[in-house]
Design a protein around this ligand. Sequence first.
Ligand code: WTA
Length: 650
Amino acid sequence: MEKELESLLKEDRVFSPSAEFKKQAAVKSREEYEALYKESINNPEGFWGKVAKELHWFKEWKNVLNEDEPPAYKWFEEGKTNIAYNCVDRYIDTPKRNKAAIIWEGEPGDSRVLTYWDLYREINKCANVLRNMGVKKGDRVIIYLPMIPELAISLLACAKIGAIHSVVFAGFSAQSIKDRIMDCGATFVITADHGWRRGKLLNLKDIVDEAVTDCVNIKNMLVIKRSEHEKTSCHMQKGRDYWYADLMNDAAVTAETEEMDSEDMLFLLYTSGTTGKPKGIVHTTGGYMVYAYLTAKYIFDLKETDVYWCTADIGWITGHSYVVYGPLLNGATCLMYEGAPDYPDKARMWEIIEKYGVSIFYTAPTAIRAFMKWGDDWVKKHDISSLRLLGTVGESINPEAWMWYHRVIGNEKCPIVDTWWQTETGGIMITSLPGAVETKPGCATLPFLGIEAGILDANGQEADTGFLAVKSPWPGMLRGIYGDDERFRATYWSKWENTYFPGDGAHKDKDGYFWLLGRVDDVINVSGHRLGTSELESIFVADSVVAEAAVIGIKHEIKGQAVVAFISLKEGINGDKTLEGNLKKLISEKVGKFAMPERIIFSGELPKTRSGKIMRRLLRDIAEGRSMGNITTLADSQVVESLKEKYEED
Ligand code: WTA
């Protein structure tokens, strides 16, 4: 953490939004932000109650916030609403009915535009299909789809009937899908025959078939045919698997909306933590809806004329809150793109921006670093002057990448919102409001309205540098870990009293700006994807040749961090290239390709303290070529020397 801090503190550039941007912004000045912020902190119930009233409720809540039994906070208690209704149905009698809700482009270049009216009909039909197949309020539905409009439609159809969706990113392996199905007791899967990635077909249905072998609880599967003209074959099990299009053809175009209690579960989304098992983060209806709505409205400054593009996959929280729910709750036009950013060439993103006149672009530092590496010429091929606002999410952005984004993509006129948040927080927590707050490259800046952020040390004392903390509840907060209340309390609420612990280090500068310094736990961030090191270690250790494994994240030019595994093998096993390849494949099979280690280093032993703890800090020093600090606490300092030699040898 010290190293990150040292380089960040050298950053003293400050950028102000242009007068032109400020004039049209939802929040126009620092003073206006301060006034709203003060109101939101001094009177959270008044503030959030007012925001919630901008949305539709079948029945109004009794209390905005119930904090009688922390951390079991409740928002908009006894209120009845439905998020899908608020995303779509409420516009059907307004001029928005004819506005594009989703503009979609497939990787091969096919494209579809769904107006709010179209989306309304598709959601209703899909809701009817699900109901006809026996899916009820509270049932868990696994969604494993590529980035096609049906992914958004499936989420909203589940929400419409009160089924709990759990989207599994379509890069996850069969084993990961299975783990999630078992953990949440899902009974239904929505998937596709295949998806496109860099011109190749991924056989998603085959992966799901493998996942559900022996999963007796899966009663039905709904299968979307991604491409009619492609001759794809996939196995359809009679009586269990149904083609989506066949059932949609016969489905009615109106559907009853389930009136959901504000605290009814909306979705589960699994994320990695510090133990071997991913955790099912629970979000509920009312609070999540209000928070996704307001954050999207103010941070992306959404206007009637905007074409808003968040490049995240809906398989991650960013896609849930800022591809689907947040923008649709604001009646915005969202662009969705199915494929890779460099297919068929490295100008694809800029081509899409030009073609559809994208005005707001929200992406991740890992993508920005790749664009930067590919070079400005790709960008210059297209007119991207429609852009007016940029955003980043997923990890801290390095100041050089920020400057490139500002200069080459933003033409020095677009504000950049650097948004810090998590699967658990439901929506953005620390960010600038684009027309109100000056930005500094690499800095997430200030807390969003209603967010009481601070920096605390281990004893709960205020500090300039330490752990990021959120000191009071907010509507979008997670309500639990599915089926594991103990883990929920231990992970997030046990460090300090009634204060949320996100697991990130942070520094607050003299202007009160927050600089994020990375995770302080055993979670690493590879291309913006969270991976638990112990999750990977347990997979290695379960293999018959592995005695011990330590997984660390090392700096990576494009990915931010990359996975490196140090492995000691059982007696008599030879750590050669073939074994390295097999172990890499193991991770890809058990988790997904994106988690594959960059390197595996075999070692007779792993460096340990005298009390037997693996010294990860030291492994990181070795892997990043740093001089090693004090190693006198080590049981055997020889181990380190030989490891270092091995690492440098390769
Ligand atoms: C990291 C993604 C610095 C952080 C929305 C957090 C960031 C984890 C930023 C959550 C940012 C996300 N600056 N770090 N702007 N955004 N992070 O759950 O470590 O996939 O705890 O949610 O990503 O990852 P998750």
